[in-house]
Design a protein around this ligand. Structure first.
Ligand code: SF4
Length: 498
């Protein structure tokens, strides 16, 4: 028998091999931290949405190991249906090995409506697959489904201090799309049965389905025998084009090297650095020109921000970027000492006022401020200026004096093999300073990237004091390394420009 949950059915619909791998090679599935964080966020939003239509009864029962107790959830659902409960959260149904838990099952005249809750800001076609499967199982369990809906986040909602679920969520009727998608279910289930019946790995090749609608978590496994680097490592080439070259048998960089149509500088550089073992390209004049636009006092600024889905502070919207930390290295005059300043907010309160005030104390007006990808720092600074009119002149002055350290790499004035066609500082830094442990983010504890920082900071308030102290130190170390890395990149540019 084919045992399928909603997520496994969606995997089967995307690629039958994915379902087979989930059953027979589950250990090969790679769930990134960013993806896990998205799952956690989805759960949080799902819990909140349960109350969207007022009183509800939740069916969730967990076993001691934290897994859902499906048997009990099915029983509870039967009871809730018999009692005529109006809103059933996580309503569970099983038919012929197929299992679904409906986020919200709402009783209406003559039947029930299915509400699927998503933490996204809109409706994506893949949701139709998920909901069509739910409808299919419910109907086979004798439930009359009168409507199907997606509940997603309304990004225009402005929090006023009390969360209004009716405003925070948007409900979209997807009945027509679900009808169309329902036509594929029987056939998809037959394919799934055939694939799962055999212990032999099915012969499905890499294709566009590996990234659409979701990046497949078995991609590393399915591409394990390809030469390295290969077409999927080539920065600057769209996914569909990568697949096209792969299908034509042009996989390794050596294969791709001769393709005349691959002519953008970014792609040619990657191929030539690798195949010809070309030495680094350093356009001294261009780098000198860039450096001549900088002046002392010179500041290196980097923010850390969070984007709470459920707004915490009055006046903010879902997913609004809230800065909570910055690091600042600075040199006041040529040959001067490198100094450092930093800010990390207390968690649980709106960090923006304290951050803006300290920033204005730390960075004088009319100085040169360097960021790596200044668009981000400028946006954050200008948003603070909009929020605090009394600090606006100073904050806008900082934003207007931002220069971008990314430019020499983005424009290709300095490029080498190790950058792999990327100008992100996460590639540029190790390419300029290979094997320098002081500049290696992997040597940091707990917080090694912006996503870590974004997920650690909001949890500080609920941590034990000792853990909180450690995490605060590690947040500070991480952000400090970001601006120290910028200083080192700037020093390298000066060195090669001489
Ligand atoms: S990587 Fe592609 S071929 Fe392999 S299981 Fe995933 S979707 Fe299927």
């Amino acid at each position: 028998m084919l045992y399928l949950s909603k997520s496994k059915y969606c995997a089967l619909r995307q690629c039958p091999k994915m379902l087979w791998l989930k059953k027979y090679r589950a250990e090969e599935e790679v769930i990134s931290e960013a993806l896990q964080a998205r799952f956690d966020t989805g759960n949080e939003v799902g819990d909140l949405a349960m109350g969207l239509f007022g009183d509800f009864r939740e069916m969730t029962v967990l076993k001691e190991n934290g897994d859902p107790d499906i048997g009990k959830m099915l029983e509870n659902t039967k009871e809730a249906l018999a009692e005529g409960i109006e809103n059933i959260a996580e309503a569970s149904f099983s038919y012929d090995g197929l299992y679904v838990a409906v986020d919200i099952l709402r009783k209406v005249d003559g039947g029930y409506e299915i509400y699927e809750v998503k933490s996204s800001t809109g409706v994506k076609p893949v949701y139709y697959t998920d909901v069509a499967f739910q409808k299919y199982v419910l109907e086979h369990c004798g439930i009359t489904v009168k409507g199907t809906f997606i509940v997603h986040i309304n990004t225009s909602y402005v929090f006023d201090g009390t969360l209004d679920l009716g405003q925070f969520f948007t409900v979209k009727d997807i009945g027509a799309e679900v009808e169309k998608e329902s036509a594929f279910i029987e056939e998809t289930l037959k394919t799934g049965e055939a694939v799962i019946a055999s212990e032999t790995e099915p012969d499905y090749d890499i294709g566009t389905q590996c990234s659409i609608p979701y990046d497949c978590r078995f991609f590393g496994y399915c591409t394990r025998s390809l030469p390295k680097p290969n077409v999927f490592d080539l920065a600057g080439l769209q996914w569909e084009s990568q697949i096209n070259y792969y299908k034509k048998g042009l996989v390794s960089y050596e294969d791709l090297y001769g393709c005349k149509e691959l002519k953008t500088a970014k792609i040619r550089n990657q191929l030539e650095f690798y195949v010809d073992d070309k030495p680094p390209v350093i356009e001294k004049e261009k780098i000198r020109e860039f450096l001549s636009g900088l002046f002392y006092p010179l500041y290196f600024l980097d923010y850390e921000t969070m984007q709470p889905i459920i707004p915490e502070f009055p006046g903010t919207t879902p997913y609004q970027q809230i800065p909570f930390q910055y690091s600042l290295h600075y040199i006041e005059k040529e040959g001067g000492e490198l100094k450092h300043s930093e800010f990390l907010a207390e968690s649980g309160q709106d960090p923006r006022r304290a951050l803006a005030e300290q920033l204005c104390r730390d960075i004088p007006m009319d100085v040169c401020v360097l960021a790596y990808n200044k668009k981000f720092e400028r946006g954050v600074t200008n948003n603070l200026a909009d929020l605090f009119p009394d600090l606006a002149e100073h904050l806008r002055n900082i934003a207007d004096h931002l220069d971008d350290l990314m430019i020499p790499f983005q424009k290709g004035y300095y490029r080498n093999k190790a950058m792999q066609g990327s100008y992100s500082i996460k590639y540029v830094l190790p390419a300029l300073y290979p094997d320098d442990p002081a500049l290696d983010y992997h040597n940091l504890e707990d917080v090694q990237n912006g996503n870590d920082a974004m997920s650690v900071f909001p949890r500080l308030a609920e941590m034990e004091p000792e853990t909180r102290e450690r995490m605060r130190k590690n947040l500070l170390k991480y952000c400090e390394l970001d601006t120290f890395a910028m200083v080192k990149v700037w020093e390298e540019l000066k060195r090669v420009a001489e």
